[in-house]
Write a protein that binds this ligand. Sequence first.
Ligand SMILES: *Cc1c(COP(=O)(O)O)cnc(C)c1O
Length: 404
Amino acid sequence: MKDFSEFNDRYQSDLDGCSFDTLAIRAGQQRTAECEHAEAIFPTSSYVFNSAAEAAARFAGESEGNVYSRYTNPTVRTFEQRLAALEGAEAAAATSSGMAAIYAVAISQLKAGDHLICSASVFGSTIKVFEAYLRKFGVDIDYADLLDLKDWQNKIRPQTKMLFLESPSNPLNDVADIPALAGIAHQAGALLVVDNCFCTPAIQQPLKLGADIVVHSATKYIDGQGRCVGGAVVSSQELVEPVIGVLRSAGPTMSPFNAWVFTKGLETLSLRMKAHSENALALAQWLEAHPQVKKVNYCGLPSHPGHALAQKQQSMFGGVLSFEVHGGKDEAWKVVDATRMISITANLGDVKTTITHPGSTTHGRLSEAERLKAGISQALLRVAVGLEDIEDIKRDLGRGLDAL
Ligand SMILES: *Cc1c(COP(=O)(O)O)cnc(C)c1O
C-alpha cells in the first residue's frame, strides 16, 4: 500500500499561508488509497481493528485512530478542520444542529452557581435552552440590550462566566461591538461566545475580534441550499476539548452525510455570501425608496445605526434584512400573501429567498409589550434574500407592496 500520510502531506503542507478562498476549498481534506479528487464520505458507524491488541490500544487511547462515529469520523473531521481554518481557529467540533452546539458550549462551560449574560436579541430556541435547562441546573441568567455596553457592564457579577450574543441580530440587524464586549467579558474573567450564523466566517471572524468561542448553525448559510441540519463550535483546542467531551458522551454529533454536504457548502461560501450581500443591498435600497415602506433594517444601508460598526468588523453585510410597511399586521400579511415565488418560511441562509412575519411566527410567543420593547412591530417583515435574479425578487415583493 502507498504511504498515505506522505501523499496527504503533499497536498496539505503548503496551506498555512493561504487565503480564505483557498482554505475553503482545500483545508482538511485527507485522501484515501483510492486517490479520489473530491472529498470522500465515510458513512460508517464503527471501525475495525487488525488484532485484539490493536483494539485494546485504540480503546485505551494509546494508539490514534477511529473507534466509533460518535467519537470521530473522517468526513466529520474534514468539515471540522476546514471550518476551523476559515474562522482562524485551532479547533472545531461539529454538532447535530446549531442548537446542539449552543447547548454543548453552555453545559461544558457553566456549572451551578455561575451567571450567564445573554443578549436579549438572540434566536428563540437559544433562550429556551438557557431558560428551560440551564436554570434547572442552577445557572442564573440575565438579558442585556445588545447595543448598550453599560447594560452589559452593569449586569456583570463575580459569578459571571459567559456573555452570549448574535451579531447582526435577527430581525433588526443590530450590530454588536464585539471587541468592546470581549473587553467587558475578559475584564470579568468571563468568556464571550458569538453565534456567527448570520455572517459566517466569510463575512465576520469573531475570534479575531476578541471572542473566545464561535457557534454556528450550519443549517443556514454553510449548507446554503436548505438540505441538512447541523452546527459547530469553533475555538482554541483548550475550549473545544470540553465541548467534544459533551458530544462524545451525550451524542449530538454530526452525521457523515451532513458533514459531507457542509464541507461542499464551505467551498462556495464566500461566493454565495458575496451574492447574498449584493442582492440584499439592492433589495434594501429598493425597499427604502418604496412609498409603502416605512423603514428598512439592513446594516448595509448608511441609514442603519449599525452601519459604521458593520463596516469595521464585517467584510460584507449579509443576506438578511427586515422592513416595516405603513400600517400593521393586515398590511404586512398582504405583502406575504401576494408573493408567488418567495418561500413563506422562517428559515434563512438559503439560495431561495424567504419571507416571514416575525410578529406572528418567530416572535409570536412574546407579549405585545415584550415585542414592542424588542422593536418588533406587527408591520415588520423579515426577508432572507436568496440568489434568484434581484429583479424577480423585487417583482414578487412589489406585487403586494404596490397593492397596499
Ligand atoms: C437557526 C439558528 C440557530 C439554531 O440552529 P439549528 O441548526 O436550527 O439548530 C441558532 N442561531 C441562529 C442565529 C439561527 O439562525
